[in-house]
Design a protein around this ligand. Structure first.
Ligand SMILES: [Zn+2]
Length: 81
């Protein structure tokens, strides 16, 4: 699966994974995988990204129930607008 993502640091120093404009937070990693849940999971969005330990996307569920959040890049990190 071809997928491009990046890690961003927000101004309150949270590390988020950003893919296709959507952001995800990292759940507790397991031995072989790291799962990232949509930042709007609390609003009922079930989108999630699964990476292996090499950072390769092995599963991407991007069925978001909302529009992507808007972030702008500042000198001190990304800021949600
Ligand atoms: Zn979502």
């Amino acid at each position: 699966m071809f997928a491009v993502y990046e890690f961003i640091t927000t101004r309150n120093e949270k590390l988020l994974l950003m893919m296709n404009k959507y952001t995800y937070w990292q759940a507790q990693p397991t031995k072989n995988y790291r799962t990232y849940y949509c930042s709007k999971q609390s609003s009922g969005c079930k989108a999630k990204i699964k990476l292996n330990n090499y950072g390769t996307v092995i599963k991407a569920d991007e069925s978001h129930t909302h529009l992507p959040p808007k972030y702008i890049k500042t000198a001190s990190g990304y800021m949600k607008v």
